[in-house]
Design a protein around this ligand. Sequence first.
Ligand code: CTP
Ligand code: CA
Length: 219
Amino acid sequence: ISKSRTNGPLAGKKVLVTAGPTREHIDPVRFISNPSSGKMGTAMAEAALQMGADVTLIHGPVNIPLPEGIDTVEIESAEELFKQVKDHADADVVIMAAAVSDFRPASYNSQKTKKEDAEFSLGLTQTTDILGWLGRQDLPGQIRIGFAMETENLLENAKTKLNHKNADWIVANSLNGDQSGFESDKNTVHLLGTETEQTFSGTKQDVGREVLEKIFNSQ
Ligand code: CTP
Ligand code: CA
């Protein structure tokens, strides 16, 4: 059982973590999603708690135990996640580990789509870039940590995300590693700051703790 600490580098700080996938419904029985397990984001939430933070975890549908001692909010779609993030935007630290769907169906069929009626194409609309939105709010002193999941040009793409989203750090994940990725218990990440770059490898718990220690002991 985890207990929040009254000391530690994040004592008294509000940390908002997002984790897991989103689901974008086509109709009541079908949706677009991705295989995010929520493990990396949950490990970040746990690490922040251990460092003394008041943690809120906003998560999509996940099948893993959530740490005790934190506030949790469950969401389903990217739009619901965006609304919850706006409601919690006063956080000192935001960790956007959620695998947010970039697209949602342009229209929702409130009844199950029948084969006979289905069109052969699905119209899609882009969702809001939530981390990008936070970056444009310019909340004084807020530290924003994004993630980047890439299959190629890992560091280059992650650097672009760092800049475009006005984030302070990007945790870059390669999907090509042996023991990394959505469902794995382990991960290898490259932590990219505006001036530094460092690699961390291990269980998602270890990686979560080491990443936060690097960020909050270098302040
Ligand atoms: N993100 C977000 N809102 C979205 C999509 C992504 O806040 N609608 C966040 C993710 O939680 C992550 C970061 O942005 O912290 C990067 O997500 P990623 O999917 O790697 O990048 P995208 O900007 O969506 O670009 P692409 O998927 O095209 O690589
Ligand atoms: Ca994306």
